[in-house]
Design a protein around this ligand. Structure first.
Ligand SMILES: Nc1ncnc2c1ncn2[C@@H]1O[C@H](COP(=O)(O)OP(=O)(O)OP(=O)(O)O)[C@@H](O)[C@H]1O
Length: 624
């Protein structure tokens, strides 16, 4: 990335950000249950107070486990505090409205790796900027961000191929599209080397200087980073050990008059504070009045080490950060009020749904290996099964083989649809969590677009397999039977896809692989293949009704052996299955009806969609 070469430019000292927000909080407390069954509670944050101003870069620092991320979660509105109040510009904040004016970038935020910088930003603009902003204004905004964040040289590079620093800048750029006056970033410099971290903090400093309230967490900012920090908020064991400007930290520490430790002027004061915070926790908390002591706070503009807003340009051969190019997207005030009253989203459900579906299709197009492998597996298996069960369809002596073939086809399509979604769906959750929290789109729009964008490939694969095996296994050349056969397999693969969505909305990829087969097992056992309905214990029979594999098997068996199929020709004196109905009787399917089986498959898929949607909604709201 860029080598630093500070070429400073003066900029307008007035805030470029409309609706600047100062945030303050009083007596914030957060406790959690010690264990699931325990009544005792563990205190994570203990009555903290503080204030973070617009135009300043504030760093929440402290030991690992001190409570920095929890405090940031609460301030961003991601977690509800158990006590205390949060204010914006001195008034109790309205959570819903605040979410429209702020963004939260989580630690290790993920990006859609297959999309280029320009594509990612364009989609962000589509989702985050309302219809009242014209397409050309949106394009202009995307270009501004690319230029401002020094991403021009890599604008057509896929996010997956970017360096750590470029990825962080892209994540910031995605949120900057809608120009939120408040930005929270959890550990933005983690995983970056010091020079890249310095450039990133510099960028955050510049963004703050444009009038934004920038709040970030860091374990221990180094001396070189401190020059760009306006306010430090030190957390120790859930309490505040210091809130104030960087230059005043040294006098603050010296005033503590600690018995055996003197803070020498050449010492890194932050390192010193971290060092003593464990031992002198009480003294520090008392002195800072748990964050409510404002004596050590100076306005950023009064700070002796910080000059009035200057924009640093970080230059290299091809990357240059210059925020002078970044102006607020123009929104007229009437539109703003309408948007504020209407909802917390800038765009309608349909706009979100269409944009997300487009993004999904683009992403799949960019990485065709999965699609091609999926299609190949279906084609290959169809040929293999076609050869293995060649012409069993008209052979009276192979009726049982034909029945086994039908069941295998169900299982094959079910497992493929289920596994593919179970793996791919949870991979999207980290990206979706940030975007959903930052009000890009509703859970409904995301869920509907995911469902819709997985259907075409599933349909193509199922059709490929079904048509090939129907022909190769020599089933009846009757259009109605053929249609019912295909339709049943399509429905079963769609229900399996919904099962995969359910599995993926509950578990991450690793657990999904372990628990997925367990989830499928009851449907397999009660499919009617291994155990017939009338042979099952009475109290287990309801399981057959909810087994989509049972209804799928009924649909397939009826399409091949039911609906008044004419008798098989028997080359011997006696053939057990001369009458196709014999197979239906043997498997207790003689009273089954195709329409009921199809109705049940629809009902089961709706139930699965509703359940996984509710679980996804809960999951996106929590840290799960
Ligand atoms: N929901 C929870 N249940 C139990 N303990 C929790 C919960 N949330 C946070 N904690 C605990 O609270 C403490 C503070 O966590 P937090 O993530 O805020 O720390 P941190 O300062 O951000 O640490 P790090 O820098 O390592 O991320 C930790 O000990 C953590 O284990």
């Amino acid at each position: 990335m860029a080598s630093e070469n500070s070429d400073s430019q003066e900029t307008n000292s007035t805030s470029l950000v409309e609706d600047s927000l100062n945030i303050s909080f009083k007596n914030l407390g957060y406790t959690v249950r010690n264990g699931l069954l325990s009544r005792a509670r563990k205190t994570i944050l203990d009555g903290l107070s503080g204030s973070f101003n617009a135009g300043e870069l504030t760093v929440i620092m402290g030991h690992s486990g001190a409570g920095k991320s929890t405090l940031l979660d609460i301030l961003a509105g991601y977690t509800k505090p158990t006590s205390g109040s949060i204010y914006e510009n001195g008034r109790i904040r309205n959570e819903r409205m605040f979410r429209r004016k702020s963004c939260y970038i989580f630690q290790d935020d993920k990006l859609i790796e297959t999309l280029t910088i320009k594509e990612s930003l364009t989609i962000a603009a589509e989702l985050k900027l309302g219809n009242h902003i014209s397409a050309s204004q949106k394009r202009q905004r995307v270009e501004q961000i690319i230029m401002s964040l020094g991403l021009y040289a890599v604008e057509n590079t896929k996010a997956g191929n970017l360096s750590g620093g470029q990825k962080k800048r892209l994540t910031i750029g995605l949120e900057l599209v809608s120009d939120p006056p408040v930005m929270f970033l959890d550990e933005p410099t983690s995983g970056l080397d010091i020079s890249v971290a310095k450039k990133l903090v510099n960028l955050l400093h510049l963004l703050a200087r444009q009038g934004r309230t920038m709040v970030i967490t860091m374990h221990q900012p180094s001396l070189s980073l401190l020059q760009m920090v306006d306010r430090l908020y030190a957390v120790v064991a859930g309490k505040c050990a210091y809130m104030g400007s960087v230059p005043l930290l040294l006098p603050y520490l010296n005033q503590l008059n600690l018995p055996d430790l003197r803070c020498l002027s050449y010492h890194d004061p932050v390192e010193y504070l971290i060092e003593i915070s464990g031992t002198y926790e009480e003294k520090l908390v008392e002195k800072s009045k748990n964050g409510s002591n404002n004596c050590w706070v100076t306005e950023a503009t009064d700070s002796p080490i910080l000059e009035r807003p200057k924009l640093l340009r970080i230059t290299s051969t091809n990357e240059e950060i210059s925020l002078t190019l970044l102006t607020a997207p123009k929104e007229n005030s009437t539109n703003k009020i309408i948007l504020a009253l209407k909802s917390t989203y800038s765009t309608s459900f349909w706009k979100q749904f269409i944009t997300l579906t487009r993004r999904s299709v683009l992403s799949t197009w960019r990485e065709p290996s999965f699609t091609l492998t999926f299609i190949s597996i279906h084609g290959f298996m169809a040929l293999f099964i076609g050869i293995l069960f060649k012409n069993v369809g008209e052979d009276v002596e192979k009726v049982r083989d034909n029945y086994n073939f039908l069941y295998f086809s169900l299982m094959f399509l079910m497992f493929n649809a289920f596994s593919a979604v179970s793996i791919r769906f949870p991979e999207q959750i980290p990206v979706t969590r940030r975007e959903h929290f930052n009000r890009w789109y509703t859970t409904g729009a995301f869920y509907a677009s995911t469902l819709l964008s997985t259907l075409p490939i599933q349909t193509v694969c199922t059709l490929l397999y079904s048509i090939l095996v129907y022909w190769m296994t020599g089933q009846s050349p009757n259009l109605i039977r053929f249609t019912i056969f295909i339709f049943t397999l399509l429905l079963v693969s769609y229900v399996s896809l919904c099962m995969g969505l359910l599995n993926g909305s509950i578990f991450n990829v690793k657990n999904g692989v372990i628990f997925g087969p367990l989830m499928i097992m009851p449907f397999t056992i009660f499919s009617g293949f291994f155990l017939r309905y009338r042979d099952a214990p009475y109290f287990f029979r309801w399981m057959f009704q909810i087994s989509f594999l049972k209804h799928g098997l009924v649909g397939l068996v009826l399409s091949v052996f039911g609906m008044g199929r004419s008798n098989f020709s028997c080359p011997k004196i006696f053939c057990y299955y001369t009458y196709p109905t014999q197979l239906l009787i043997d498997n207790h399917m003689d009273k089954e009806e195709f329409t009921l089986a199809i109705g049940a498959l629809f009902a089961i898929s709706f139930a699965l969609i509703a359940t996984s949607f509710v679980i996804l909604k809960i999951r996106l709201k929590s840290k799960w």
